[in-house]
Write a protein that binds this ligand. Structure first.
Ligand SMILES: [Zn+2]
Length: 245
């Protein structure tokens, strides 16, 4: 259903990203909009987050555990209880058929109307000197091809049918961190919750991140006509099934 501002809040949304904290940085305010509207949101974190530190005293094993706990806490702040970790090695992710199969399995289990991920075509960040992390692009590429054609087709991964997972048609794909956004979500009312969730990633961010994100979300807001916003490239891949927005 679309709310009075045209914001589409379906029954279920699945968000697929490479790392713990990717969702909170780019889409936390939108997640809060969805959960406030009653949408069931599921997170799928593809890597094990084991490279997110240059502290010589930190080990990969400790970081995996710590960052899972941080992600679960951050999700809870935004009203998300279902968080799945696929645990591919952080920093070395590739779009493989194995990953595509795992994501297809999750799509068929969750049966979301929307799958959100990053834009896999973004190599350089909009208006900055940031080189997009290759894990982001690999996770996103696997996610979009899991949506189409894999989750819609009985014969691509027939073993999933044997597992009892019937095909599923996702209605819309939301691509965050895109150079071609066509949707601006007003996050003015959920921005503080987004920041609270982002700051739950204590091993990754500190209070200084607040001003940086405020600046970035204000810029996006200007383009969308809101005080604060997050942007997506939205693709409607099964138009007949979208009831609103
Ligand atoms: Zn990341």
């Amino acid at each position: 259903m679309a709310d009075q501002n045209g914001f589409y809040a379906p029954e279920r949304v699945l968000i697929i990203v490479a790392h713990a904290d990717d969702i909170e940085f780019g889409m936390g305010g939108t997640v809060a909009r969805w959960t406030e509207a009653g949408t069931q949101v599921t997170y799928c974190i593809v890597t094990d987050n084991s490279s997110g530190s240059n502290d010589p005293a930190m080990t990969r094993e400790r970081l995996i555990e710590l960052r899972q706990q941080e992600q679960i806490a951050a999700a809870k702040i935004l009203g998300v209880e279902d968080v799945r970790f696929l645990s591919y090695p952080d920093g070395q992710l590739e779009h493989t058929l194995e990953l595509r199969r795992e994501l297809t399995r999750i799509i068929r289990q969750v049966r979301p109307q929307i799958v959100a991920t990053m834009d896999p075509t973004t190599i350089f960040a909009p208006n900055s000197d940031y080189i997009n992390h290759p894990d982001h692009r690999a996770a996103a590429e696997a996610a979009i091809y899991a949506v189409f054609p894999s989750s819609e087709n009985r014969l691509i991964f027939p073993e999933l049918i044997v597992e009892g997972l019937e095909i599923h048609h996702v209605k819309q794909v939301y691509l965050n961190f895109s150079l071609q956004p066509n949707l601006y979500v007003d996050t003015s009312t959920t921005w503080e919750r987004k920041m609270e969730a982002l700051l739950a990633h204590k091993s990754q961010v500190s209070e200084e991140v607040r001003e940086w994100i405020r600046g970035a979300d204000t810029e996006v807001g200007k383009a969308g006509g809101y005080a604060l916003a997050e942007s997506f490239r939205v693709m409607t891949i099964n138009r007949d099934e979208v009831q609103n927005g």
